[in-house]
Design a protein around this ligand. Sequence first.
Ligand SMILES: [Zn+2]
Length: 148
Amino acid sequence: MSDSDVFVLYCGDLNGPCPRCGDAVSLHVAEAVDGDAVIWTVTSQCVECRYTDVIQDRPGMFDALDATIRQTLVARVGLTRVHADPVANRPLRLRALAMYRRHGATITGAAHDYAALTDAGITGTPAEAALLARRLTAEGLRVTLHHR
Ligand SMILES: [Zn+2]
């Protein structure tokens, strides 16, 4: 798979008010990994006035909606756990820490994340987990994904 590939991991529904007529609209949510980011696509469709809107954005750019979408995704599809074997990946620990640092973790945070990764694992939505696995695999680590 190339970095430009987008793959939809989940599609589901949320309910919300239509911005045009105020009636209930169906919000269709899809989550995907696009290159080195998780993106969400929210499609609004109103049965009453036929209002349709598609918003594609990355986490953090509209925070209130992010939290709602994420909660809904987790409630509907559960969490995926990324785990790395501590012994097999030990020679690559510094590379993993550097990867976490590049993505904004503090030194302490990176060490904490690596410890969690090689202990119980780190959980996220399917796309978040896929992105983390992709980043770690790019550093040479071997990781496993477990969905529940
Ligand atoms: Zn409407």
